[in-house]
Design a protein around this ligand. Structure first.
Ligand code: NAP
Length: 286
């Protein structure tokens, strides 16, 4: 790395298995930009002190991942509308007033969904999970004109999510007590926003095994490693459309790239680099 390079990096804990450096550096290289993306590990509680020294070290952009997407907000000079509504920032841009926080997870999810052939406007979605990723997904679906039902292991967390949506949720967002509380015909899209299907839970499916997956559903799994989760395999076997989570990772990264550089992201280059890096990465960090 030359001393003149502009730097960007991923703030999180742990981050060592992230595929974002491969994806972002391939994009910088493809456009001939003198930028470099690296890892910025920050244990819980240390995101503020890390951020305070970043500009002096040449950083102009950053991504933020678990566990800091919410914790970073008080340290920012500005929080853009969607990040404020979601309550989490995954992209930081250095501006005159300090670090500005954005959320590209939401638009990245919709971009990946549309790329997978699903149009959310006027559709009905069932989202499994109510954690950080689910918050972005629910906001994105509502903004795109979709109705959303949420089921979560801890119902109270889902209820809080819906309550915090305020007028943005209205009658279009609700909590359901069990995955099969809706008529299958009343659903077009199933989204897994839980970690079931990855890591130690690789064989698990967030959709109960005895329940069928109707052929007219589109199933989007936020998990992207393994590429073919148990849920996606079941969906495909049932004749449903099945889309893996790598597209969301690539699209959120592409939108971050555009915020930092002001240039259109080379999406195909990023897809290729992400697929290649994932082949070598044992874990699933952003
Ligand atoms: P999180 O904030 O920890 O939330 C996890 C959610 O999953 C919670 O609603 C939790 O329910 C539920 N859950 C956890 N273990 C469960 C289990 N054994 N059975 C049923 N529900 C369970 O995590 P997150 O950041 O939202 O991430 C969720 C998943 O999305 C992860 O796999 C992550 O890798 C993936 N993700 C992918 C992308 C992408 O770009 N593709 C982006 C972000 C996240 P409780 O409330 O009951 O704990």
């Amino acid at each position: 790395m030359s001393g003149e390079e502009t730097r960007a990096g991923l703030i999180g804990w742990p981050v060592e298995h992230s595929i974002s450096p491969a994806m972002q550096n391939a994009a910088f290289q493809a456009l001939g930009l003198d930028w470099h993306y690296d890892l910025l590990p920050a244990p819980p509680g240390e995101v503020g002190s890390l951020l305070a020294g970043l500009a002096a070290r040449g950083y102009r952009g950053a991504n933020v991942t678990v566990p800091h997407k919410q914790a970073v907000l008080p340290f920012l000079g500005r929080v853009a509308g969607e990040a404020r509504a979601i309550g989490a920032a995954n992209t930081l841009v250095l501006q005159d007033e300090g670090w500005a926080g954005h959320n590209t997870d939401a638009a990245g999810f919709i971009g990946a969904l549309r790329e997978g052939g699903f149009e959310p406007e006027g559709a009905a979605a069932l989202v499994l999970g109510a954690g950080g990723a689910a918050r972005a997904v629910v906001h994105a679906l509502l903004s795109a004109g979709c109705r959303v039902a949420i089921h979560n292991r801890t119902a109270e967390t889902a209820r809080r999510l819906v309550a915090e949506l305020g007028p943005a949720g209205g009658p279009r967002a609700r909590v359901i007590p069990s995955p099969d509380a809706l008529e299958p015909d009343a659903v077009d899209l199933l989204v897994n926003a839980t970690p079931l299907g990855m890591g130690a839970a690789a064989g698990a499916s967030p959709w109960p095994e005895p329940l069928p997956l109707p052929a007219h559903w589109t199933v989007y799994d936020l998990v992207y490693s393994p590429a073919e989760t148990r849920l996606l395999a079941r969906a495909r076997a049932a004749g449903a459309a099945a889309v893996g989570g790598l597209g969301m990772l690539v699209h959120q990264g592409a939108l971050s790239f555009e915020l930092w550089t002001g240039q259109p992201a080379p999406l195909e280059v990023m897809w290729q680099a992400a697929r290649q890096a994932l082949g070598a990465a044992p874990s699933t960090v952003m």
